[in-house]
Design a protein around this ligand. Structure first.
Ligand code: SF4
Length: 463
């Protein structure tokens, strides 16, 4: 489950290059893999003559790139389809072609087109190359035009790795690069092995060419993406650490991030590589999920609490300025108060910069669905609130210790407020809002930390 979203482009819609063809609007839900896939879909459609719609109500085609990680996320998509249809009806506008892509398409397939959902097509995560043909068939007014063909295309394919064109990336520092898809682990709560299939690596040459293209187009930072990037491997000799070495060798590339690392695959030689290559950012998103060995076993996370903490200790010892973030699930089947308290102990020990915490949500068909979902909802809510309160207390301590420090960072975007300020991101993934007279996106800047609000710092530019 890759749920980490912070630090990614603020992108709810993207689309293909401008042309005179049917206008497409893509709404992206869920994780960063979907953000990347939406960009790749945009590229595929742009090359086929489709145009980008700036707003959903101006589009001939609305694609919802969906997430199945929680029940709530799926319900949201179904209401969204109803909302789009109702809005167009109420305003007397033509109905768009509505397509469901992503994990929900893969999980529910043709079911999405049955009943009252009014969805026109369903295309799963490995079949986006069929979208141009399908959409031509559905949007071509010429009755002799191409046929729509089957409107539900799902199923996993090994041959297909999408590459998003560099010109479609948002103007932001980090350019997403998916390096593999799927996952070979079988964490019992996770729907990813069902929706995205087994782990399949993108060829290292494709990855390197893609990044070289990004650098040639002016990009200076990439985020290597995957459900479990630290398990990337090509043949006997190339593992994730070796890939980091190759990527770092690309001239002109300044910073490399990666998401998401599985704690079990955060090997010591990978940490040594991160420390040696100055280009790899010292920020590890390593989802712990629980601090209890009993729960970790039931989740099939393949590490113990002691192994996880030893990984954190080692990273702290060898990677200068390293920071951590994590995901946690509370109320997993069978989680007792004692188990939950052990999770709080891990949070207090590691001192994460940020955690993403969720109440356990049973997904149909995953192995954990066979376990009794026996933590009552009010108790799940209480644990979630307590976990967030503990993280908040931890973070107050971490952030307060940063006041007065001088950091180097790169300007990544205009800040939402105050007017004229910019958002700077450090290699350790800390965000600092700085009054930005004359500062440009991509510019390196020194800042002194003056305050913080939630997880964002405020700072002043160093002379
Ligand atoms: S490592 Fe576990 S939680 Fe992560 S995607 Fe794979 S199965 Fe899901």
């Amino acid at each position: 489950m890759a749920s980490f979203q912070d630090g990614l482009p603020d992108l709810t819609a993207c689309g293909p290059a401008t042309s005179a063809g049917p206008r497409v609007y893509i709404e992206t839900y869920g994780c960063q893999m979907n953000v990347y896939d939406s960009q790749a879909i945009g590229g595929l459609l742009g090359r086929d003559g489709f145009a980008s719609a700036a707003r959903e109500d101006e589009a001939d085609v609305v694609l919802l790139n969906t997430c199945s990680v929680r029940d709530h996320a799926e319900h949201k998509i179904l209401s969204r389809v109803g909302e789009i249809r109702a809005d167009r009806r109420a305003r007397g506008l033509a109905q768009p072609v509505i397509g469901i892509c992503g994990c929900m398409a893969e999980r529910l397939g043709d079911e999405l087109r049955k009943g009252g959902q009014a969805v026109d097509l369903v295309v799963g995560v490995d079949n986006y190359d069929t979208l141009p043909g399908l959409l031509r068939g559905l949007t071509d007014p010429d009755p002799a035009g191409p046929a729509a063909g089957g409107r539900t295309v799902t199923g996993h394919r090994d041959d297909q790795h999408y590459v998003a064109p560099p010109e479609l990336y948002p103007v932001n520092n980090s350019h997403l690069v998916t390096i593999h898809k799927g996952c070979d682990y079988k964490c019992t709560y996770c729907i990813v092995p069902m929706t995205r299939g087994p782990q399949r690596e993108k060829h290292p040459d494709t990855i390197l060419d893609e990044i070289a293209g990004i650098v040639a187009a002016g990009g200076r930072e990439v985020t290597l993406l995957g459900q479990n990037v630290t398990a990337w491997r090509w043949g006997a000799d190339l593992d994730f650490a070796a890939l980091l070495d190759l990527v770092a060798g690309i001239d002109g590339l300044e910073r490399i991030r990666f998401l998401t690392g599985h704690p079990r695959d955060m090997h010591r030689h990978t940490m040594a590589t991160i420390a040696r290559l100055g280009k790899v950012c010292p920020w590890l998103h390593v989802p712990a999920q629980s601090g209890s060995d009993r729960v970790l076993r039931r989740m099939k996370r393949l590490y113990t609490r002691a192994e996880y903490l030893a990984m954190v200790d080692h990273a702290r010892a060898v990677i200068p300025d390293v920071t951590f973030s994590s995901d946690f699930i509370v109320g997993f089947p069978g989680e007792t108060e004692k188990d939950f308290q052990q999770t709080l102990e891990v949070v207090r020990y590691v001192k994460y910069d940020q955690i993403f915490s969720f109440k356990y949500s049973e997904r149909p068909g995953v192995p954990a669905a066979r376990l009794a979902d026996d933590v009552p909802t009010p108790e799940k809510k209480r644990r979630l609130a307590e976990l967030m309160a503990v993280q908040d207390e931890v973070w107050q301590g971490v952030a307060s210790a940063c006041l007065g420090q001088s950091w180097q960072g790169v300007v990544e975007s205009a800040a939402r407020r105050p007017a004229g300020a910019v958002r700077v991101r450090t290699a350790s993934n800390r965000k600092v809002v700085v009054q930005g007279t004359g500062l440009e996106i991509g510019q390196h800047v020194g800042v002194r930390v003056t305050g913080f609000r939630n997880t964002t710092f405020t700072g002043e530019r160093l002379a």
